[in-house]
Design a protein around this ligand. Structure first.
Ligand code: EPZ
Length: 420
């Protein structure tokens, strides 16, 4: 099993290109199932989760061609089955996003229920409730969700009880081919939802209001082929900015979308980072100074993202002062705390949702274990700061969401090797 070996103590400096967004690519690839015509998805990142989604499309019978620049062309005109099997859904929850497109286009679908997840229970009740409101008959048995709408879905008002990114995406895609108008209320406003809406519109859908809490979708009879470039990955961008700040370095990120990073950039400024921001680039400079501790509370977009909570905790662990971090989205997203404390951090947990971080001026290397994707990247940040060589085990989690992380960190001067 691959591990990362990181020798800490070097400030990150240099220039880095940000990859396409994982959390945008996954729903967009699911959305290619809405049309019989070929769809070209550009700027997809080379990641494990993207490969899993491509494998799922192939299992359904779609033809998928990937070129050397990782542009993915999907043609779903001849599906051979409408079932997403447990073997694939259990390895990646985002597989559940094929449910909406399949039932909308083919009148039926069978998708395995995602199993448990390291960061929380993550139910899919809002996805299912919404599909029922759109007229599908939904049942659950033997670990599978069966959705039937032989005469097609019918547009309706759907009120989501809580803000869910995946639920909004699944229902948005389903509603594209429903008869009449759907209004999704209390919808998620994440930039990835905006990207998905724009993508669906290039295929002939009629989606408006994406990026606000009410999304309106006027159903169309048929969607056509098209081409879309996936947005930049805001979580990858934020992770490298935080890593540079933690190591007291200075970096320039290019091919980034600064508007999608508002809450994170504000917290970095509070931590002492000097930021210069262009249309598609961000420069961060710590001027060699130790960061200041900053309180964080995760909320749906445009609030501070749960996907960047762990990384900011690593920054706070070596910052000057004490900070409080509240996690409001997932009930088990503090698994990195014990591992960071092994590196000499001083973090107390108060229940499932609150951590108090007492900044220390030096972390020390230790063997640690990655437990989920973003927890893993927080350990990478802590290791980049720690004195000595840290070995991070189980880094397959990192490969799900960070494209060639060791090469990108080497490019910035980090001492990072992949070892087996
Ligand atoms: C997406 O997950 C992201 N994944 C996650 O990124 C991200 O952490 C999360 O949104 C929140 O921003 C992808 O985009 C592929 P949710 P998703 O539905 O859609 C509860 C990463 O590290 N809920 O917005 O699964 C749920 O349990 C990953 O890249 C219900 O109760 O998240 C959670 O507490 C991890 N019922 C909250 O809502 C439902 O039907 C938000 O979940 C759906 C969700």
């Amino acid at each position: 099993m691959d591990k990362l070996s990181i020798t800490g103590g070097r400030a990150l400096h240099g220039r880095l290109r940000v990859s396409g967004a994982k959390n945008s690519t996954l729903p967009i690839l699911a959305g290619t199932l809405l049309t019989d015509e070929p769809v070209l998805v550009r700027n997809a990142p080379h990641l494990h989760d993207v490969t899993t989604m491509i494998e799922l499309l192939g299992t359904l019978g779609a033809q998928v061609v990937i070129d050397e620049k990782l542009n993915v062309e999907v043609c779903a005109n001849n599906l051979t089955q409408l079932c997403a099997p447990y073997e694939l859904v259990k390895t990646m929850r985002a597989s559940f996003l094929v449910l909406g497109p399949l039932v909308a286009k083919h009148g039926k679908a069978q998708v395995s229920l995602p199993g448990g997840c390291a960061i929380g229970s993550r139910p899919v009740d809002q996805h299912l409730k919404g599909l029922e409101v759109l007229g599908a008959k939904v049942s659950v048995s033997d670990g599978y969700v069966y959705a039937d709408a032989p005469d097609g879905l019918i547009g309706a008002d759907v009120y989501m009880d809580l803000v869910t990114v995946g639920g909004t995406e699944n229902l948005m895609m389903a509603a594209c081919l429903a008869r009449g108008t759907t209004r999704l209320q209390n919808a998620a406003r994440e930039p990835e939802i905006v990207d998905l809406g724009n993508f669906l519109n290039t295929l002939g859908a009629r989606v408006t209001g994406h990026g606000t809490s009410t999304i309106e979708i006027q159903g169309v009879e048929k969607m056509h082929g098209g081409e879309h470039r996936v947005m930049a990955d805001r979580v990858e961008a934020g992770t490298y900015l935080i890593a540079a700040a933690a190591t007291r370095g200075s970096i320039k990120l290019v091919d980034v979308e600064p508007d999608t990073l508002g809450a994170v950039l504000e917290k970095l400024q509070q931590a002492g980072a000097i930021l210069t921001i262009g249309d598609d680039w961000i420069e961060l400079d710590m001027q060699g100074k130790r960061p200041r501790a900053v309180d964080i509370e995760t909320t749906p977009y445009p609030g501070f993202p749960t996907d960047m909570q762990a990384q900011f905790m690593a920054l706070n662990a070596i910052a000057e002062g004490t900070s409080a971090i509240r996690e409001n989205i997932f009930e088990n997203r503090f698994m990195h705390v014990q591992e960071m404390n092994r590196l000499g951090a001083d973090i107390e947990l108060h229940g499932h949702s609150m951590a108090v971080v007492h900044g220390t001026d030096q972390l020390r290397a230790a063997p640690v274990m990655a437990t989920d994707l973003r927890a893993s990247s927080s350990l990478v940040i802590a290791a980049l700061v720690a004195q000595g060589t840290t070995i991070i085990d189980r880094i397959y989690h990192i490969d799900r969401g960070y494209e060639t992380i060791e090469e990108k960190l080497q490019q910035l001067g980090g001492s990072v090797q992949r070892v087996s």
